[in-house]
Ligand binder design. Structure first.
Ligand code: GUN
Length: 291
């Protein structure tokens, strides 16, 4: 079997088009422009690329983008003061603080200082609790993008066996909550899970979010399963020339695609959906803020 490739790039373009259409209507009917503030502390090169892409796509969708780049030595008090200012700013509907933060800043404290209704990442403790109890929450963008692709691949997910590999707060745990909400039977596997290969082989839906390049190989995959690869890892690629690198996921694409029914590629799978969902969350936050 050769798996169907789930084209996250095309799907994300469709979602962005829908968001842009609604942004135009919001502007015409209500004179409102959704605004997203992104805060970056320090100079992590990967984070700088993400932040630039977020800003560009926000503007392309017709929304306002506010970028705040702070020095790596910014104090916690200074960062909290900026968040308080953004919380109070009526032009800002969504606030995202790019993670990871430098070591001297307490991530939990900073994230929980964001007004929950502006927390477009869905990381605030209130949104985590709302999601876990099945209430209306801001949902983290990466797992939300994965869920949208799974719904498109499968239609109804009810009763399917889902295994999520990786227990991070950003992806693994909220992914498990979302799959549970769609009535999957969910197992959250991690580095201490025993016989993880056999467990994964029982999954109709397999989500890999561990940050370990090509860890999930074809012999972990149930024939016909849908495989969602959240990993973005840069590895050496001597075949491309000396010092060259390439991006790979947490799944060994070639061997998994030979067994799976459908699979997301890296790049061009989950990645583009994450930003599309961030834009959708910002639109949602704007609409909710005006009743
Ligand atoms: N760093 C890596 N992924 C994310 C994300 O989804 N949101 C934020 N704020 N930081 C990240």
């Amino acid at each position: 079997m050769t798996a169907r490739i789930i084209d996250g790039k095309a799907f994300a373009a469709k979602v962005r088009g829908q968001v842009a259409g609604q942004v135009t209507r919001l502007s015409e009917d209500h004179g409102l422009t959704p605004g997203l503030a992104v805060v970056l502390v320090g100079e992590d090169p990967a984070s700088e690329v993400y932040v630039r892409n977020k800003g560009k796509q926000t503007v392309e969708c017709g929304m306002a983008s506010f970028e705040h780049k702070l020095d790596a030595r910014t104090s916690e008090a200074e960062l909290l003061a900026l968040i308080a200012q953004l919380n109070a700013d009526p032009a800002v509907h969504g606030i995202l603080v790019q993670l990871p933060l430098p070591d001297h800043l307490n991530e939990d404290l900073v994230i929980n200082a964001i007004a929950p209704e502006k927390d477009v990442d869905g990381f605030h403790i209130s949104n985590v609790g709302l999601l876990a109890t099945g209430q209306k929450a801001m949902v983290p963008c990466t797992p939300l993008g994965c869920l949208m692709m799974l719904r498109e691949a499968h239609g109804n997910l009810s009763g399917l066996n889902a295994v999520v590999v990786g227990r991070s707060n950003i992806v693994g745990k909220p992914m498990a909550q979302l799959l549970l909400r769609d009535s999957c039977t969910v197992t959250l596997a991690h580095s201490r899970t025993r016989d993880i290969e056999a467990l994964c082989r029982q999954a109709d839906i397999l989500v890999a979010a561990v940050g370990r390049p090509q860890m999930v190989t074809g012999d972990w995959v149930k024939p016909g399963a849908t495989v969602i690869d959240v990993g973005i890892n840069r590895i050496d690629a001597p075949e491309k020339g000396e010092g060259k690198t390439r991006l790979v996921g947490d799944v060994d694409f070639a061997s998994a695609a030979a067994v799976a029914g459908a699979i997301t590629p890296v790049p061009g799978g989950v990645g583009p959906m994450t930003i599309a969902c961030l834009l959708a969350n910002t639109l949602t936050a704007c609409c909710r803020s005006h009743g």
